[in-house]
Design a binder for this molecule. Sequence first.
Ligand SMILES: CC(C)(COP(=O)(O)OP(=O)(O)OC[C@H]1O[C@@H](n2cnc3c(N)ncnc32)[C@H](O)[C@@H]1OP(=O)(O)O)[C@@H](O)C(=O)NCCC(=O)NCCSC(=O)CC(=O)O
Length: 270
Amino acid sequence: MEMNDITSTLQYWLVNHPAILNFTWNPGQTLGSSPHFLTFTVLSYLSLTFMLSHLSLPPIKPSLLKSITAVHSLFLLILSFIMALGCILSIFQAPHLHWIICLPPQTPPKGPLFFWAYIFYISKVIEFIDTLLIILSNSIKRLTFLHVYHHATVVIMCYIWLQTSQSLFPAVLVTNASVHVLMYAYYLSCALGVRPKWKKLVTDCQLVQFYSSFVVLGLMLYYHFTGLGCSGAWSWCFNVVFFASLLALFADFHAKNYGKLKTKMAGATN
Ligand SMILES: CC(C)(COP(=O)(O)OP(=O)(O)OC[C@H]1O[C@@H](n2cnc3c(N)ncnc32)[C@H](O)[C@@H]1OP(=O)(O)O)[C@@H](O)C(=O)NCCC(=O)NCCSC(=O)CC(=O)O
């Protein structure tokens, strides 16, 4: 197969397939698009997480749990790669390149870019399984505020992206899905019994993604006030608060896991 054939095959399956090209986010009609669905999903996630983490569940054979965890991580690794690629190829089909940062006001949520935003939204619901796996593995100390807050709020963020045609989603989606390829490769390797030496690299990439989100947020604001405006200006505020809180939580995770204090403590116990 020549390079051109590969590119046009990818272009068809990830951008020009009729299901992708004709996708429309129809509030109340598209699966998962009603506010009731969102409320029910997030509240169920939070209450089930609370209940299951306080129950003593029957133990699952560790080898079976590791296999399920490996399959789940592999699935999300592949899906994250496809979403990043699909979104990048869709960006190049947009009429103007600066649509990556600023979609025109009242952009309707339809077509390839919004198809990938929708798949990304669904993938964030699938990521709830991460929490179940942590509970089932009895590593309750890994069930942190950061983990539960991230998993619950990111679904709300994706819903708002689709509902308000949020301008910054293509750039954030590509960055996050790419970082998740690395993150699920790390988790997959752990589930297979090999603990990678590059754990810190994964956290560093996550921090870089949050810093770069602020560049995108700043650029969107610039385009919004110097041009004809950008779509989703109000939901911009939700993203600033969410990314700032994640940045703070991840900076804290980084300091606790790889900081000088940790190194000193490890030295003291040796
Ligand atoms: C390196 C990190 C990715 C993970 O750090 P942690 O210290 O939490 O992880 P760890 O080293 O204990 O992980 C290894 C353990 O995870 C298990 N494991 C494997 N696959 C898993 C999965 N899909 N979900 C949950 N756990 C999983 C392995 O079997 C292994 O268990 P065992 O130890 O029994 O062998 C870090 O940067 C990070 O994100 N920490 C925050 C915690 C978190 O929940 N992150 C993901 C959501 S936040 C996010 O996703 C932000 C973003 O958008 O980028």
